[in-house]
Design a protein around this ligand. Structure first.
Ligand SMILES: NC(=O)c1ccc[n+]([C@@H]2O[C@H](COP(=O)([O-])OP(=O)(O)OC[C@H]3O[C@@H](n4cnc5c(N)ncnc54)[C@H](O)[C@@H]3O)[C@@H](O)[C@H]2O)c1
Length: 368
């Protein structure tokens, strides 16, 4: 079996998760890491043989088969373009880019290069959402007419909470919509099998000024992105939906909820009960399906590695998503769609349209 050589660029929160989860795939080796700060030290801690501060130098020296882009959003475009120019496959963190124009350029470059451009919309690879998609495909819900939920956190609760993720120059013109909403919108489309075609949004910035504590003292920073995003959407089959996205919702550490209603049944997944699926019936007792390879279809069973009762969560979703992507990189047939750069581009178009709606107060149609 050919070993694929890969490198992770950006070693903050999520880059470290990528290094760990790539290593669970037997035929993929993390041969280098890159960070603008302290790369040598991090490489030693992680047991990675090579460290760089410059991603282009890494690409030209190491010549990896694939790179994982885990830097702040404003860096995604230039790193992806540099990789594709060199014939290197890319796994990119979400949101794909700062806006749809950048994402279009990246998707075009991926196609021109013939390389894989994959987005880490890892929610697709939890067993329960995977099963939900199969149930919609099987017609178990009847016609799907409503999709709702949201993604809430509380790490930005106080005005003293600060990050590059708050500033449009680094994160893009939408913040929580692109950061959390992108995950939910991709998941809603993946499970329902329907694209969102029209959007309406109400944004709220709770702290127009935040306090940033730096080594040189305290600074007041004007905030030009939204803390709260309420959205209403229309899907291509006529279904409607709504969702809320926020990092300022006390007590919600990292909660994604997806509820899907159809003419025969409904389904609800809450990632804080990651292995449970609630199936709602009108004329029969409701069901609680717990992740177990013996209780689901054959396809879903392929991404369940542990017996029932043994939780498979965040780390496993990354592992399963990366496994699917690397299987395609080494020429295997895809069995379940991971998110591609085309999907990432579509979600960036949704984010831009939601921004426009929040500014104009109008519904905005998303052109493909
Ligand atoms: N899939 C998910 O669930 C998930 C979760 C968290 C973050 N993310 C995404 O991952 C990306 C990174 O987020 P994070 O939370 O890890 O941020 P972070 O701030 O913790 O880490 C970013 C890292 O990139 C490094 N960096 C900055 N400029 C660089 C450059 N030019 N070259 C190399 N390294 C550079 C920084 O030094 C830092 O170590 C963002 O796009 C974010 O939206 C995805």
């Amino acid at each position: 079996m050919k070993t694929l050589r890969t490198a992770v660029i950006g070693l903050g929160f999520i880059g470290a998760v990528h290094v760990e989860q790539i290593r669970r795939i037997p035929y993929v080796e993390v041969v280098a890491v890159v960070d603008a700060f302290g790369a040598e030290e991090r490489a030693k801690q992680m047991g990675v043989p090579a460290a760089f501060s410059d991603y282009k130098e890494m690409m030209d020296t190491v010549k990896p088969d694939c790179v994982h882009i885990c830097t702040p959003n404003f860096m995604h475009r230039e790193i992806a373009l540099a990789a594709f120019e060199r014939g290197i496959n890319v796994v990119c963190e979400k949101p794909m880019a700062m806006n749809a124009e950048e994402a279009q350029e990246m998707a075009d470059a991926a196609k021109k290069s013939g390389c894989i451009g994959a987005l880490n919309f890892h929610n697709r690879y939890y067993p329960i959402p995977y099963r939900m998609r199969r149930m919609v495909e099987n017609g178990d819900l009847g016609d799907v007419f409503a999709v709702q939920g949201g993604y809430l956190q509380d790490w930005l609760q106080y005005e003293t909470d600060f990050s590059w993720k708050l500033l449009s120059a680094k994160c893009g013109k939408t913040r929580v919509t692109a950061d959390l909403g992108s995950h939910w919108m991709d998941l809603a489309e993946y499970v329902s099998g329907q694209k969102i075609t029209e959007v309406f949004a109400e944004f709220k910035t709770i702290y127009p000024i935040r306090i940033n504590q730096t080594p040189d003292g305290i600074e007041s920073v004007p905030i030009d992105t939204e803390d709260f995003s309420y959205v209403i959407v229309r899907f291509e089959n006529g279904a409607i939906g709504n969702a809320q996205f926020s990092g300022v919702f006390s007590g919600k550490k990292n909660q994604t909820v997806l509820q899907v209603a159809g003419t025969k049944a409904s389904m609800e997944w809450d990632n804080e009960k990651v292995n449970d699926l609630l199936i709602g019936h009108r004329s029969a007792p409701n069901e609680l399906l717990t992740k177990d390879s013996g209780l689901v279809d054959e396809s879903t069973a392929t991404i369940i590695n542990y017996p029932g009762g043994h939780a498979e969560g965040f780390s496993e979703a990354f592992k399963q998503n990366f496994t699917a992507i690397y299987n395609v990189i080494r020429g295997e047939k895809l069995t379940n769609p991971f998110a591609t750069f085309d999907d990432g581009l579509h979600v960036m178009k949704l984010c831009d349209a939601l921004y426009e709606s929040s500014q104009t107060g109008n519904w905005v149609r998303v052109e493909e």
